[in-house]
Design a protein around this ligand. Structure first.
Ligand code: NDP
Length: 484
């Protein structure tokens, strides 16, 4: 049978664009449809603008440090409008780079929503249909509100980059990557930040000691962090004054089913202050409430059922180790499969898909020992097992040190960093490496190579220290602080 294309990719994020380009380079006739902007979450409303905001927010401490180092600098004020204009110019530039990469590779692009008609047919929003031998779903995910009364008054991470002005007081709900990163960013930009996390400690699932230090440091730097706390009630501050709660009986605001986020610019991004009551009895008024309460795969209304593609309980496309769905001609990669929701993983999955389908070399995706970073202040870089996970698996030796690093200590700051190795007692293999420190993301990329190669504690010890650095501690820790 003749098809219009060898491959039709739905979704122009990091994973979809990479798969499309690499497949085209392998000689395939490729098309790609994207309903929003080319580049997807990472480039347009995630990693890239977030990291630029991390940089912007780090200057406040930098000014104070510079004075301690002998520079005559005054505290400047932050101009959000100026930064935002520059930020959007940069995002426009990056989007055009993505478009050029696609057209340069000979990929046909459609700026439209696409859905499945059958295992080999894609229907576009304009009604046209296109047949393809293979279809790749790479539609990513989207933020999800908690599903409580009036939660439309809150914003989500997509909205941050379009805020008209910086809030003076901000409440952030959640304790995951996004909540903690934005709590630090906003605090650094001078916003009065309160953070509610419903659990006992932020960053659930990561190493306990690292989580403890990050939460201590966040509080020390000014984030008003409340653990074991959630919103029980919220209403527009204006409605409260006239006694009309918006959206029904606000006291019924128990957490319900998560609410879908429809438009990127939510109501609250433009609305006034929001009154909030917390489970600890505290009441407050905030100029913005950010719900960083998780993300959901983008699979609604895509015709997956019609095409016979199996969808899981969280709305994710179910795939095997080759990213193949229950329909042999349809594959899926990235956040829409809800495996490991990180940009470089989606890119790897896209490359492995092309290798499998177009280069005749079946390549499963290796999801083991993926290094990652949380861009809190200080940063957190991590690879492998946490102490808690490793202890469940086998006896371990823990090597850990926490200290005040030279650069900030000289400036009179109390910041501490943490270097930690989780080592298997018997094999002496390093099972996990956890770093809380400025630039920990850069460090863990390199430590990740050693851990992925199966390095032992003795391999670390054989490596000569680079002095004076923070990370030299990773190769100079002689005695375990404990065994478990
Ligand atoms: P996460 O799943 O990491 O965190 C969600 C947070 O919201 C958790 O603390 C969760 O609590 C809390 N939560 C969930 N539901 C509710 C509720 N109803 N009420 C109150 N709190 C709630 O999601 P994020 O949105 O932060 O990030 C999504 C994913 O994006 C990450 O897992 C990561 O894969 C990726 N990402 C990666 C980044 C990086 O690499 N630096 C940066 C940003 C995102 P609990 O712990 O109790 O479940």
């Amino acid at each position: 049978m003749d098809f219009d294309y060898d491959l039709f990719v739905i979704g122009g994020g990091s994973g979809g664009v990479r798969a499309a380009r690499v497949a085209a380079a392998a000689g395939a006739r490729v098309a790609l449809a994207e309903e929003s902007r080319m580049g997807g979450t990472c480039v347009i409303r995630g990693c890239v603008p977030k990291k630029l905001m991390v940089f912007a927010s780090s200057y406040r401490e930098g000014f104070a440090d510079a004075r301690a180092y002998g520079w005559d600098v005054a505290d400047g004020s932050f101009d959000w409008a100026r930064f935002r204009t520059h930020l959007h110019k940069e995002l426009d530039r990056l989007e055009s780079v993505y478009r050029e990469l696609l057209s340069g590779s000979g990929v046909a692009t459609f700026d439209q929503r696409a859905m499945l008609d059958d295992p080999h047919t894609v229907r576009l929003a304009d009604g046209s249909t296109h047949s393809a031998k293979h279809i790749l779903i790479a539609t990513g995910g989207r933020p999800e509100r908690p599903g409580m009364t009036n939660d439309h008054l809150g914003i989500v991470s997509d909205d941050i980059f379009d805020l008209e002005e910086l809030p003076r007081r901000m409440l952030i709900v959640g304790g995951g990557y996004i909540a903690c990163e934005f709590a630090c960013i906003m605090n650094g930009l001078g916003v009065e930040v309160t953070q509610y996390y419903r659990g006992a400690q932020i960053l659930r699932g990561f190493d306990g000691e690292a989580r403890g230090l990050i939460s201590d440091m966040m509080e020390e730097k000014g984030v008003n962090l409340h653990l074991g706390t959630n919103i029980v009630d919220m209403a527009p501050e204006s409605a409260r004054h006239v006694g009309v709660p918006d959206g029904g009986n606000a006291s019924d605001a128990a957490m319900g089913a998560p609410t879908e986020v429809k438009s990127p610019a939510s109501e609250a991004a433009r609305g006034g202050p929001v009154w909030v009551k917390a489970s600890n009895g505290q009441e407050g008024v905030y100029d913005a409430v950010l719900f960083a309460t998780g993300r959901r795969p983008n699979t609604d209304g895509m015709g997956l059922e019609k095409a016979g593609v199996e969808v899981g309980r969280r709305g994710q496309v179910v795939v095997d180790e080759y990213s193949q769905t229950s329909v042999p001609s349809i594959y899926a990669i990235g956040d829409v499969t809800n495996r490991v929701n990180l940009t470089p993983v989606a890119i790897r999955e896209g490359m492995a898909f092309v290798e499998t389908v177009f280069n005749g070399n079946p390549t499963p995706v290796d999801h083991d020992l993926i290094p990652s970073a949380v861009f809190t202040q200080p940063e957190f870089g991590t690879v492998g097992l946490s102490e808690e996970e490793a202890r469940e698996q086998e006896p371990v030796d823990i090597y850990c040190t926490s200290f005040r690093p030279m650069q900030s200590a000289f400036a009179g700051r109390q910041d501490r960093v943490l270097m930690k190795l989780v080592v298997a007692k018997e094999s002496q293999k390093v099972l996990g490496c956890h770093i809380v420190a400025p630039q920990a993301g850069e460090m863990i990329q390199l430590a990740g190579i050693a851990v992925k190669m199966g390095a032992t504690k003795q391999d670390f010890d054989r490596t000569v220290a680079v002095h004076p650095t923070m990370s030299e501690e990773l190769v100079t820790m002689k005695t375990p602080v404990r065994s478990a």
